[in-house]
Write a protein that binds this ligand. Structure first.
Ligand code: GDP
Ligand code: MG
Length: 440
């Protein structure tokens, strides 16, 4: 399966000390496969893989991080970055109303998304007017009207005898006159990309001069999202997209295609038929979905957990929140060992260069004791040192299991908690309290 082969690819990088043109091939092949399986379009996959390759080869592999792990990290990060990094908000212009034009194929979910957005805006205290400009399907106006009454949002319609651009322009007029702050224009799609639809979109665009043109894309169309996006962006010009039907089993590859081809962000996702089923788009979550939540993602996470020099920012956060636990401690121990002696490391810390060898030696012995004790802890105890603090029977078990006395254990735990506090203070910029030196 996918995760196994991904793992193989990473294994291929194992034993290598850097990522190079020579050894990266199999790993890139797996990325390509993962993306194609997620329905990212081929041209986008090719480009993405080439970029990841370049970044991975150029990436600095920090001492102690295995190239395979670094590679996985580069892939995920690149995916997140390509999809826009963060959630992009909806336009909200000062000269009201903000005009949002919905575009897309028939059945993509435009009418539903129009109502979803109106409700979303309402929740934010904005007041939207929806315009029914799909004049081709008799039921379309009724559909929007029904949705509007469900969520108590006004719908503007002029029947189906006028041109969509005339209806849209009249809707804008009404919104201006009556103090609506947002105009949502629902339009007619077609079963496929055709010039009639595009021309019509261009005319509506000219009539209302929208601040947003949102392309509504059914995530189930997979690879075709690329062509669709290209066509709409070239002819009409989009400012963003709504990716619908992600409650189904599509892997979301369309998201990558849309962003890569138009350069415009996905702003929302549709996750159900109900009018509440709209969520802001989060690149990070979509990256997980594209990589395959059950397989590759867990692998990514596993690999990241194994990274022995844990992400510096994450560590710092842990320090600040004092959530640094015994597992982190073990990671740090390994790091210390790889970097040579504790003494050497301590001397690099400003203000600690006066530490004498005796202190270092006792510190090193202390660390060895702690390591043995951690070895006797359960996973829960490692991540929640409070369990040990609260229950003497646990402390006793760990002490005896690691060849120590309960008193040794008590001291280590007390020191550990002191160290947590110390780290918290140091990382919050309060300086080193009392310069206690080593824990213990
Ligand atoms: P339009 O032709 O682009 O206006 O598409 P509609 O808004 O009429 O939606 C077409 C069908 O897709 C309807 O049956 C909707 O209920 C359904 N639909 C729209 N968005 C979603 C979604 O996010 N999830 C699911 N499951 N169905 C959706
Ligand atoms: Mg519709």
């Amino acid at each position: 399966d996918l995760s196994a082969s991904f793992e193989d690819a990473i294994k291929g990088l194992r034993g290598e000390n850097k990522i190079s043109e020579e050894n990266i091939g199999p790993a890139l092949k797996q990325v390509r496969r993962a993306l194609l399986e997620a329905d990212v379009s081929l041209s986008v996959v090719k480009e993405f893989v080439a970029e990841v390759g370049q970044k991975a080869i150029g990436a600095e592999v920090v001492r102690g991080v295995k190239p395979g792990q670094k590679f996985v990290e580069v892939v995920k990060q690149e995916l997140v970055e390509v999809m826009g990094g963060e959630n992009a908000p909806l336009a909200n212009v000062s000269e009201k109303p903000t005009v949002i034009l919905m575009a897309g194929l028939q059945g993509a979910g435009k009418t539903t998304a129009t109502a979803k957005l109106a409700l979303h805006l309402k929740d934010q205290g904005r007041k939207a007017l929806m315009v029914a400009a799909d004049v081709y399907r008799p039921a379309a106006i009724e559909q929007l009207t029904t949705l509007g009454s469900q969520i108590d949002i006004d719908v503007f319609s002029l029947g189906s005898n006028l041109k969509p651009e005339q209806i849209a322009a009249s809707g804008l007029e009404k919104a201006r006159n009556e103090g609506f702050d947002t105009l949502l224009v629902d339009t007619a799609g077609r079963l496929q990309i055709d010039s009639e639809m595009m021309d019509e979109m261009v005319r509506i665009r000219s009539a209302v001069n929208p601040d947003e043109v949102l392309l509504v894309v059914d995530s189930m169309i997979g690879q075709e999202a690329a062509e669709l996006t290209r066509a709409f962006h070239e002819k009409v010009g989009i400012t963003g997209a709504v990716l619908t039907k992600l409650d189904g089993d599509s892997r979301g590859g369309a998201a990558l295609s849309i962003k890569k081809i138009s350069g415009k962000p996905i702003k929302f996702i549709g996750t159900g038929e109900k009018v509440e089923a709209l969520e802001p788009f989060h690149p990070e979550r979509m990256a997980s979905r594209i990589l395959g939540m059950g397989d590759v993602l867990t692998l990514v996470e596993k690999a990241q957990k194994e990274v022995e020099i844990a992400d510096a920012e994450q560590m710092q956060k842990k320090f600040q929140e004092a959530s640094f636990d015994f597992s982190d401690f073990v990671k740090q121990m390994r790091l210390i060992k790889r970097m040579g002696s504790l003494g050497g490391l301590m001397k690099m810390i400003p203000g600690m260069n006066k530490i004498d060898d005796g202190m270092i030696k006792s510190g090193e012995e202390q660390l060895k004791r702690i390591e043995a004790m951690i070895g006797s802890m359960t996973p829960a105890e490692r991540t929640q040192p409070e369990l040990l603090a609260a229950q003497p029977s646990r402390r006793r078990r760990v002490a005896l299991g690691s060849g120590h006395t309960p008193a040794d254990m008590d001291k280590v735990l007390a020191d550990f908690q002191k160290m947590r506090g110390f780290m918290k203070q140091m990382s919050s910029g309060a300086g080193i309290p009392g310069m206690g030196g080593l824990p213990g």
